[in-house]
Design a protein around this ligand. Structure first.
Ligand code: ZN
Length: 220
């Protein structure tokens, strides 16, 4: 039995076991998560992120460009965006910032400017970041608190759509991937916070904070 790191429920059960780690699932929010005892030490994790950083630049850049362009449609006001959890190369970032809108970025290893986490944003992008969250409740609360009313959170993470084929799911083999989400997990989160939720093709999950309402944080 393990406590769910997202909803804190204790109704969890061992779902999958392999040579490297145990994986649990939560009956309440349907998060699938790896046992904390198998988490990589921070130095090892950092090294792996350094190695994968270059490979993901093109896709990350495209994701942030698309997100910025869509948010800017139909508005003449300057918008502020945050790229959370994965660093974009300076050249790509400056292209986004060359217009009247601005984007900043935060990453716990490579851009750890905590002051940025005290600000509020019109949109936040998380490209292949959610699967790395060891404390998804804490991260969700932080992201929710940084969104302005009416603001958008765009998430790219591979959704777990078929529990029965988890054994063969390639995505779970990366030891830095520790949290896996089903559609129902995001439905749970959206309901908890009163956010609007939609699923788009290519593993895109869009969340919008309601305008003019205060965020309600779960205290569980
Ligand atoms: Zn849960």
């Amino acid at each position: 039995m393990r406590r769910c790191p997202l909803c804190h429920n204790t109704q969890t059960w061992l779902f999958h076991r392999n040579k490297k780690r145990d994986v649990y699932t939560c009956n309440h929010c349907n998060l699938v998560f790896s046992d904390a005892s198998a988490h990589l030490p921070p130095q090892v994790e950092k090294l792996r992120y350094q190695q994968s950083c270059q490979k993901k630049q093109s896709a990350l850049s495209q994701f942030m460009f698309n997100l910025s362009a869509q948010c800017q449609q139909g508005t003449t006001s300057p918008l502020s965006g945050l790229n959370f959890g994965r660093v974009l190369q300076t050249s790509s970032l400056s292209k986004i910032n060359s217009q009247q809108h601005s984007m900043v970025q935060y990453d716990p290893f490579f851009a750890p400017d905590h002051e940025l986490l005290k600000r509020h944003y019109d949109y936040i992008g998380c490209y292949q970041v959610f699967e790395h969250f060891r404390s998804p409740f804490k991260e969700w609360a932080l992201l929710s608190s940084m969104l302005k009313p009416g603001g958008w959170l765009a998430i790219n993470t591979k959704l777990l759509t078929d529990l029965s084929s988890f054994d063969r799911w390639h995505h779970k083999n990366n030891p830095t991937h520790v949290s896996f989400y089903q559609h129902s997990t995001f439905e749970f989160l959206a309901e908890q916070t009163g956010f609007k939720l939609s699923f788009a093709p290519n593993d895109l999950i869009l969340v919008q904070k309601p305008s003019g309402s205060d965020i309600k944080r779960s205290q569980s």
